[in-house]
Design a protein around this ligand. Structure first.
Ligand code: ADP
Ligand code: ZN
Length: 226
């Protein structure tokens, strides 16, 4: 049995983080922990928490650190993730979140943070084609990965729609926040010898192959001397 993995996937909006994180979670047989999916599910449920989160999501703003950190910490202390690991998608997104992550995982550490690299020109066209199931949250792309029947989810038969935060204004704001709040994490993980960068261009299969090679190469490396 494959030994699991503890990974963070970093990348701009539209870099393919979500798609690749789902594939990595199947490959390593570990839960996919996607904060954006959790927030969108809360919004769909109409709960009070969801109504609060919706204001941030629709505007492309970050949900406050205290809320996100508490949510992820709770998820990463359940037995499935403590035993086999996890693929974190969309967290951490600020240095404060990264500090909190390392703290609450301790004494266990991450295997790796992967920076999935795609230039801004490409992410903009990918975001324009991105679609999501309004019922179950499955991701699609009108270009690369359309549902079998246009507008209908392959998984649950729900309506496949554009995300409420894939408007021009919210996309602009999210990319701005990515540069300001999240891109410093690339250095942050690199300084801790936890970073690898992977080219996110090419077919989804090509990118998955590169990611698996990067992760397996890393796991074979002998532990660093203290
Ligand atoms: P994208 O990468 O396209 O922005 P996500 O699904 O990862 O999409 O996130 C959607 C939204 O959920 C974000 O714009 C933000 O409002 C909220 N969110 C997700 N993860 C975090 C986080 N770690 N910290 C703060 N807000 C978050
Ligand atoms: Zn669906």
């Amino acid at each position: 049995m494959n030994p699991g993995a503890r990974l963070v996937v970093l990348g701009k909006q539209g870099a393919g983080k979500g798609t690749q994180a789902v594939r990595l979670s199947r490959h390593y047989v570990v839960p996919h922990v996607a904060t954006g999916d959790t927030f969108r599910a809360a919004v769909r449920s109409g709960s009070e928490f969801g109504q609060k989160a919706r204001k941030f999501l629709d505007a492309g703003e970050l949900v406050p650190d205290e809320i996100v950190i508490g949510m992820v910490q709770e998820r990463l202390t359940r037995s499935d993730t403590t035993h086999r690991g996890f693929i974190l998608d969309g967290f951490p997104r600020t240095v404060h979140q990264a500090d909190a992550l390392i703290d609450f995982l301790s004494p266990v550490t991450l295997d790796l943070a992967i920076n999935l690299e795609v230039d801004t020109e490409h992410v903009l066209s990918r975001l324009a084609g991105r679609r999501v199931c309004a019922d179950c949250g499955a991701n699609y792309s009108v270009v690369d990965n359309p549902p079998r029947v246009p507008g209908i989810c392959d998984v649950c038969g729900g309506d496949v729609v554009q995300r409420d935060d894939d408007t021009e204004a919210a996309i602009h704001r999210r990319l701005e926040l990515y540069e300001r709040e999240t891109s410093p994490l690339i250095m942050w993980f690199d300084e801790r010898d936890l970073l690898t960068s992977v080219d996110g261009m090419g077919t989804p299969d090509e990118v998955t192959e590169r990611l698996v090679q990067a992760v397996d190469g890393r796991k074979r490396r002998p532990p660093a001397l203290a």
